[in-house]
Design a protein around this ligand. Structure first.
Ligand code: HEC
Ligand code: HEC
Ligand code: HEC
Ligand code: HEC
Ligand code: HEC
Length: 275
């Protein structure tokens, strides 16, 4: 953190200015629940040396954020069918290469300068505050159940806009290819490892149903009329295959198939069972 930012932080924390406030639900917290003005062990004058431990100090089954609990054992281990959450201790590669097993590119090449700055602060590790901005609900999440108005609760404190999975694609750059690239290697921009296309409209090649069926085979509906097909006909929102809002129907994105937290790759599992 720069000297100037450190000064602003000190002024704010010692009650000099009330300009910065956290958005809900973190608005119920005091700045000093997470920050110490003096002798702070963590990045950003935070109260814990580790960013993850700071989040876990409340986000655990006995903490004030027990509704959304985490523990380190929930993290996915690449190459093993273990874990129910995107990891929060993975390290970004030091150089960008299409042959990275997860399609990751180096921090220095990321498009989002805020996410780049966080990775630099946290020794290149993808900790909670790389993907989340714990102060602000301004950025747009993917979750079709979240409110559309910036600043409201349940927008998941995103670090970057993610309605088109920009956040995922920024790091997992080489996984982000359209149908033409995945089909024709001469268009693949150096990529030698091919992935399921993203960003293409459902059924644009005539391979798909005109609208998705959920994992129980029940046709999803599009109550919002935006092409997302997030309508939940069987009362199990976890098994929906949701699209983006680019068209009618919308496009397939990473989070049409993946979830970030509370998921075990079993379409019978309910989110609350995995908390
Ligand atoms: C839920 C915990 C939490 C609360 C509550 C919180 N912060 Fe932070 N804040 C953090 C973390 C973690 C960082 C460092 C990580 C980062 O850079 O995002 C940080 C960083 C900052 C920074 C550095 C710039 C930035 O945005 O990263 C400022 C300034 C700041 N906080 C001010 C405040 C003020 C003022 C309040 C009270 C209105 C507050 N914070 C409440 C966790 C919190
Ligand atoms: C790789 C990026 C990434 C990391 C690392 C990450 N998250 Fe998330 N998290 C997300 C995204 C993206 C969403 C919203 C998903 C959506 O819109 O459907 C989310 C959602 C959440 C939610 C809301 C969950 C719900 O079901 O209501 C909480 C709480 C949360 N994250 C906390 C954390 C904490 C605490 C950590 C660290 C222990 C963490 N996250 C690490 C990307 C991440
Ligand atoms: C001092 C306690 C405390 C700390 C520390 C804390 N949180 Fe929270 N957080 C809460 C509470 C309380 C909620 C609301 C939980 C609920 O829904 O009942 C919450 C909710 C959230 C949500 C869900 C809100 C939404 O809009 O979906 C996210 C995401 C989140 N926290 C991320 C973080 C991250 C990242 C950190 C670490 C930088 C962190 N929190 C640290 C108390 C805390
Ligand atoms: C800041 C960079 C970053 C962002 C943003 C990010 N990832 Fe990752 N992702 C990683 C890293 C690094 C790993 C490797 C984890 C490890 O080595 O433990 C990883 C691993 C994964 C894995 C393999 C399982 C696991 O967790 O290890 C999946 C699947 C994945 N990411 C999907 C996503 C999706 C979907 C999104 C968007 C919601 C996303 N990632 C956002 C950096 C990122
Ligand atoms: C059509 C569904 C679908 C889409 C879209 C999709 N994935 Fe996946 N992804 C999967 C499945 C299924 C697996 C598990 C494959 C396996 O076990 O071999 C997987 C595995 C992964 C892995 C684990 C490493 C590996 O290759 O086994 C990563 C990382 C990953 N996906 C990232 C992404 C990112 C980032 C996006 C968006 C750019 C994305 N995926 C889009 C279905 C999808």
């Amino acid at each position: 953190m720069g000297r100037e930012l450190m000064f602003i932080l000190l002024v704010l924390l010692t009650g000099g200015v009330q300009a910065l406030a956290s958005d809900p639900p973190h608005d119920s917290l005091a700045c000093t629940d997470c920050h110490l003005a003096h002798g702070a062990p963590g990045v950003g004058l935070t109260a814990e040396a580790s960013n993850v431990n700071l989040c876990l100090s409340c986000h655990n089954p006995a903490g004030t954020a027990s509704a959304v609990p985490f523990s380190n054992s929930m993290q996915a281990e690449p190459e093993q069918a273990l874990g129910t959450s995107h990891s929060w201790n993975g390290t970004m590669p030091s150089s960008s290469s299409p042959s990275n097993p997860y399609g990751l590119r180096a921090t220095a090449d990321l498009a989002d300068s805020e996410m780049r700055a966080r990775l630099e602060n946290f020794n290149n590790k993808v900790v909670c505050s790389v993907c989340h901005n714990q102060h602000s609900q301004e950025r747009t999440p993917w979750d079709p159940a979240s409110p559309g108005t910036p600043g409201l609760a349940n927008r998941h404190f995103m670090r970057s806009d993610n309605e088109l999975n920009q956040l995922c694609q920024d790091c997992h750059y080489y996984r982000a290819m359209g149908y033409a690239q995945a089909k024709d290697s001469s268009l693949a921009n150096g990529t030698t490892v091919f992935s399921h296309p993203v960003g293409d409209i459902l059924n644009s090649q005539g391979y798909d149903l005109p609208a998705p069926l959920d994992a129980n085979g029940v046709a999803q509906t599009d109550p919002s009329g935006t092409g997302r097909y997030a309508g939940d006909a069987d009362g199990i929102p976890e098994n929906n295959l949701v699209l983006d809002a680019t068209a009618q129907p919308g496009g397939v994105r990473c989070l049409s198939c993946h979830r970030v937290h509370y998921t075990d790759s079993n379409s019978l599992s309910r989110k609350d069972d995995l908390k």
